[in-house]
Design a protein. Structure first.
Length: 274
């Protein structure tokens, strides 16, 4: 693993582990104090953790790398089917619709490692022969745009990437942001590492929650806290395990290198998109 001087997502937890996108506790507490109780209640009602909420332009980052806009938070949920356990695969209520469908992806103003990483992530998804396909384009408007931002470490943590969930109209989330700061991927980014993070962020764009949503202890070194169902944001995918799945591509913490779909991930994707 390349741990350049140090949050899935993804930020540094120990000297040998990177999480998706979390900040240090002191900063988290300061940021959380600046967020109203009403906003925190809205986040919880959507089924997301209220720990490590990070305000950003137009909304909030939750669970490390998931963007929720202020308009998302104000919407009332239209589904009520929820089961929250400890470690199964989860989807959101919104999924990509109008299948079969090819989703176009465009990389804007990023280096070759990010372009090659995008191609690797697309290749891995398309190899599953789902009813959802991906194709990279080089011009025009894409369904998903991948662009950069530059943010250094804060409190010992570094954000690797962020994205969001499908719209109410069944379209994928349209933006993935990848950190171009050298502390994130180094001066010579590893294509498999970048591709693995992009594969994870694309997972969010098509409706996947973090596999370790209710127990970060085995993946991020966090606490095994179960917050209850918290709303309607985590829908259990039948056929996925109830025991910890420490190799899933949708863990909220990166292993610092190459990670792709495991057996249970493929079950989850087939259930949703086959």
């Amino acid at each position: 693993m390349k741990n350049q001087a140090l949050l899935f997502l993804i930020c540094l937890v120990t000297a040998s582990f990177i999480t998706s996108c979390r900040k240090d506790n002191k900063q988290d507490n300061n940021e959380k104090a600046a967020i109203s109780n009403d906003v925190l209640a809205q986040i919880k009602a959507k089924g997301f953790s209220t720990q490590h909420v990070h305000p950003v332009n137009g909304g909030y980052l939750v669970e490390g790398d998931i963007f929720l806009s202020t308009s998302d938070l104000s919407k009332k949920a239209t589904h009520n089917k929820v089961r929250v356990a400890k470690s199964e695969q989860y989807s959101t209520n919104n999924l990509v619709s109008a299948l079969p469908r090819t989703i176009t992806v465009r990389v804007v103003s990023l280096g070759s490692a990010f372009v090659q990483g995008t191609d690797l992530a697309i290749q891995r998804y398309n190899a599953l022969n789902l009813r959802i396909k991906f194709r990279r384009i080089t011009s025009g408007t894409a369904d998903i745009t991948i662009q950069g931002f530059n943010e250094g470490p804060s409190g010992g943590y570094i954000t690797l990437g962020s994205s969001g969930f499908p719209t109410d109209f069944g379209d994928p989330f349209n933006l993935i942001q990848m950190n171009t700061n050298p502390y994130a991927y180094g001066s010579n980014p590893n294509v498999q590492y970048v591709g693995s993070v992009l594969q994870h962020e694309i997972g969010h764009c098509i409706g996947m929650r973090h596999t370790d949503y209710m127990d970060r202890s085995y993946s991020c070194g966090g606490d095994p806290v179960d917050e209850g169902d918290g709303g309607v944001g985590a829908v259990y995918i039948p056929g996925t395990p109830s025991d910890p799945d420490a190799d899933s591509w949708m863990l909220s913490c990166s292993n610092g290198g190459n990670r792709t779909f495991n057996y249970n991930d493929i079950i989850a994707l087939n259930y949703l998109y086959q």
